[in-house]
Design a protein around this ligand. Sequence first.
Ligand code: FAD
Ligand code: EPU
Length: 338
Amino acid sequence: MAIQHHADLSSLNTFGIAAKADRLARFDTVDGLRDLLSTPEVSGAPLLILGGGSNILFTQDFQGTVLLNEMPGIAVVQEDADHVWVKAGAGVIWHEFVLQCVAQGWGGVENLSLIPGKVGAAPMQNIGAYGVEIKDTFSSLEALDRGTGEVITFNREACAFGYRESYFKRAGKDRFVILSVTFRLSKKPVLNTSYGNIQQELDRMGIDVPTIKDVSKAVIAIRRSKLPDPAVLGNAGSFFKNPVVPQALADRIHLEHPDLVSYPAGPGMVKLAAGWLIERAGLKGLDRGTHAVHDRQALVLVNRGGATGKEVFELSAHVLRTVEQRFGVELEREVNIL
Ligand code: FAD
Ligand code: EPU
């Protein structure tokens, strides 16, 4: 159980922000985690569980212990004629998990190809893309209660999943360490190609009768063309959620801007494309030297090199203020701010 002191976190967050942690340690077993949590220098201080660091912005050094989740393993735990239940360790890289499922012909997560990060963080905000969220295939998860050291199983209802939401971001915040997630995948996959330009991409690839592997490839190609690669340009994906607003407010904006991008979101509510709002507020590509609003996807803020977390946070505050003034819509940050 090695604990590193004054650890550099720059390579552990996809924004590439230079921040330090008082202590850094890794765990790949439940016992190892329990040992770390009961160590006096860890037990009395703030704790941050880190996966791939792809949904986090460090605005200051972390005065506490960062625990890197490296819980391994992918295994089939149950099977019937139509479905397979696959349990993945929280430290498994999400995209590697997806690729294994796709290779086995297990359907349900192929639209979530190439989302950065680890399996253990996926339930935190119910990751989603291209018309699919993990709640659609989620079966259960195991998490260690930081207070009691007990391992608890959560079913889907207990996770209270919503759009970029879960129990673990709300009432359960900072109480649990997710150890593994079990998914119920289909042996007879029904493809979901209706969202965005998946079908267009499949046509471009010359594929008439797609498999889940083809859908995965199409999603990967679309994502590569739209989103900046954190290895090249620091970012954490969408910095804000797409806001859900009352129909009347959407109608007002629509009157002035017939090209407003919106989606139905339940009775009387509409989800607006935050990228559209930010672009139309004149902020797309806004360049502040070390950091910027991405010039191809306005929902993404980028570290062009040497930005501090405080600077990126201040840019996000400027975006929030400007969109609110321009459209009367309050954006909410998706990225976890520390
Ligand atoms: P981290 O950033 O390490 O952690 C995120 C939060 O979860 C933190 O609060 C952390 O403390 C907590 N946490 C992490 N692991 C655990 C655990 N085991 N137990 C308890 N708490 C934990 N997201 C989408 O939903 N859809 C997308 O399409 C998408 N595209 C992206 C594209 C790019 C280029 C990037 C950089 C990010 C994108 N994201 C997307 C956001 C991000 O990839 C996801 O939120 C991902 O699930 C974060 O995983 P992580 O392991 O990096 O989490
Ligand atoms: N748009 C603009 N200008 C922009 C960006 C987008 O007008 O600068 C418009 C697009 O033209 C499109 C609409 O907004 O009509 C939606 O854009 P896109 O398809 O790129 O998706 P998004 O709503 O911006 C969401 C998720 C992504 C996910 C994609 C694909 C959120 C907050 N973001 O982005 O998730 O990959 O859909 O499903 O819901 C993430 O959460 O980090 C993330 C990247």
